[in-house]
Design a protein around this ligand. Sequence first.
Ligand SMILES: NC(=O)c1ccc[n+]([C@@H]2O[C@H](COP(=O)([O-])OP(=O)(O)OC[C@H]3O[C@@H](n4cnc5c(N)ncnc54)[C@H](O)[C@@H]3O)[C@@H](O)[C@H]2O)c1
Ligand SMILES: [Zn+2]
Length: 366
Amino acid sequence: MKTVTVSLGDRSYPIHIEAGLLPRAAEFLAPLARGRPMAIVTDENVRPHLATLQASLAAAGVMTDAIILPPGEKTKSWAMLERVCDRLLELGIERSDHVIALGGGVIGDLVGFACSIVKRGCRFVQIPTTLLSQVDSSVGGKTAINTAAGKNLIGAFHQPAMVLIDPDVLDSLPARQVRAGYAEVVKYGLIDDFAFFEWCEANGPALLAGNADARIHAIAHSVAAKARIVAADEHETSGIRALLNLGHTFGHALEAEAGFSDRLLHGEGVAAGCALAFRYSVRRGLCPGQDADRVAAHFRTIGLPDGPAAAGIDAPSATLVGHMMHDKKMAAGTLPFLLAHGIGRTYLDKTVDLADVGVFLDAEPR
Ligand SMILES: NC(=O)c1ccc[n+]([C@@H]2O[C@H](COP(=O)([O-])OP(=O)(O)OC[C@H]3O[C@@H](n4cnc5c(N)ncnc54)[C@H](O)[C@@H]3O)[C@@H](O)[C@H]2O)c1
Ligand SMILES: [Zn+2]
C-alpha cells in the first residue's frame, strides 16, 4: 500500500492507494463509523462499486444508506445539492459523521460541498472512481457546484478526512474517460517535473492499456505532487496552487465553446489547453519550439487533442477570447496565464494581453 499525506496541520489526511482496496475499504472506514450507519453518495454508473463497498462495510458490521444520483456534470447543481443535504439531514447526520463520496469528480465536488454546509460542516471521505478524480479532484479540498453563471462558481474549501484510491475500479471506466484523466497526470510533469513527463512518454500507453504498476505509479506520483502544492498554498493565495491550472485557461475556453458537454471532456480540454499554453509560450519567445512540439506529440500519441482543431472546435479566436473574459481567475482586468520556459518549467504570468492571445489563436489551425 502506498500512503501520501496531505500536511495541513490538524486537518492533515492520508491518501491510501492500492489495487484491491475497495473490497477491503471497511478496514479504514469502520473506525470512522463509530458504530453509526454511514451515508454513501454515488451515481448510477458506479453502482457495481457501491455494491462492493457496501459488502465490505456490512461484513464489518457497518450499516449504510446509499444516495444514488444521476450521472453527469448536470448533477453538480443547486437542485442536487438540496437533495443531498435534505437526505443527509433526514438520515440524522451529525457533524462528526463521515459521509462517503464514491464516484468521479462530479460526486466528489458535490458531496464535498454538501458536507461543508450541512450543520456548518460534517466530515467526508473521498473514494474516487475515475482517473481524473484519483489524480486530481479528490485531493485538495476544492468543492463546488455549477450555476447559470458558469462552472464551479459556488463552492467552498473543505478537506476530506481520508482518500481511498483503488485503481482496479478504472477497469469499468470508458477508455475515453481514462484518457481524459490522463491529461491531468501529464500536467504534473509539465508543471515542474521533467523526469515525470519522460516517465509519461515511456509509460503512458501502458497505463492507458490498464497496466497495474503504471497506474499505481502515476496515481501515487500525481497525488504526491498535488499534496505538496496544496500543503504549500491551500487556498490559492500565494500563486503556487495556481500552477495546477496549467492549460486550464485555454482549455476552459474550448470547453465553454463546447457547452461543457460530452463533446469535449474536461481532460480533453486540458490536453489541448496545455499544448496551446506551450505554443503560446514559444510565440512569446519564452520556450524552445521543440518543447512545445514534444508536448503536442505526446498528447497525439495518446489520442488526446493538441489544439482547437483536434478538439473539434472551429470558433473564431474572438469567441474563444470572449470565453476567457468570463474566467473566474480574471482579476482587475487581467487574466493570469500559466506559461512555460520549457517542459517542467512553468510560471504564473500576469502580463498577458488577451488581444495578443487572440492573434495567436487566429494562427492556430481550425
Ligand atoms: N475539486 C477539484 O479540485 C477538481 C479538479 C478537477 C476537476 N474537478 C471537477 O471534476 C469533474 C469531472 O470529474 P470526472 O472526470 O471524474 O467526471 P464524472 O464524475 O462525471 O465521471 C465521468 C463519468 O464516468 C462515470 N464513472 C465514474 N466512475 C466510474 C467507474 N469506475 N466505472 C464506470 N463509470 C464511471 C460517471 O458516472 C460519469 O459518467 C468536473 O465537474 C470538474 O469541475 C474538480
Ligand atoms: Zn482540471
